[in-house]
Write a protein that binds this ligand. Structure first.
Ligand SMILES: [Zn+2]
Length: 170
C-alpha cells in the first residue's frame, strides 16, 4: 500500500485489528520514508453479479423482478409466500457465492428452474415452457403479463379491481 502523503510504496503495518463482527479488518500503517501514519480497512466485497442478457446487454440484478417471475409461475399454486421467499433467498445466495462480477442470464434462468422444480412441478413446467422460448427471466414476466392483460370473461363485476393483477403489479 503506497503512502498517501509522499507516495512511497514502502509502508509498514504497525497494528491489525478485526471489528467485533469479524467482517472488517483495520490496519494501522506507517510510511517508511516520511513516517506519517494512516489507517486502511479491509472489507468483504459481496455484490450481486450483473446479468448479461443473450443480446449482450448487461442489467443490474433486480430482486423484485426475480421474485415477480417466481410469483407468476407459482400463481394459484399451493406454495406459501415463505417458501417462495426462501427460494429467492437461495438463488441470491448462490449468485453471491459465485463471486463473479457478471453472469449470463441463462445461468439465472437455470437457478430459477431448479428452485421451481423443487417447489411445484406445475410452476416449473409453466416457467420452463415460456422461458425456453424467450431470452431472459424478466422477459418471462413480460410475456405472462401480456397474456394476463387479454380480456377475460367476468361475472358482471366490471370496474372492480382484480386482486390478482394488483398482486403482480399490473
Ligand atoms: Zn510517506
Amino acid at each position: 500500500m503506497k503512502c498517501p502523503f509522499c507516495g512511497d510504496p514502502n509502508t509498514q503495518v504497525t497494528d491489525t485489528r478485526e471489528n467485533e463482527d469479524g467482517d472488517v479488518v483495520r490496519r494501522r500503517r506507517r510510511c517508511v520514508k516520511c513516517d506519517k501514519r494512516f489507517t486502511t480497512y479491509e472489507r468483504i466485497d459481496l455484490k450481486m453479479p450483473h446479468i448479461v442478457k443473450r443480446n449482450g446487454n448487461r442489467t443490474e440484478y433486480d430482486h423484485a423482478k426475480l421474485a415477480g417471475s417466481l410469483k407468476l409461475a407459482l400463481r394459484k399454486r399451493p406454495v406459501t409466500t415463505e417458501a417462495l421467499e426462501a427460494a429467492v433467498d437461495r438463488i441470491e445466495a448462490r449468485l453471491l457465492s459465485l463471486g463473479e462480477p457478471e453472469i449470463p442470464s441463462e445461468r439465472l434462468g437455470e437457478l430459477v428452474m431448479k428452485e421451481l422444480k423443487k417447489l411445484d412441478k406445475v410452476a416449473y413446467i409453466r416457467f420452463a415452457s415460456v422461458y425456453r422460448n424467450f431470452a431472459d427471466v424478466d422477459e418471462f414476466s413480460e410475456v405472462v403479463r401480456e397474456v394476463q392483460a387479454r380480456p377475460r370473461r367476468r361475472k358482471g363485476q366490471a370496474g372492480q379491481p382484480d386482486p390478482e393483477h394488483d398482486l403482480f403489479g399490473n
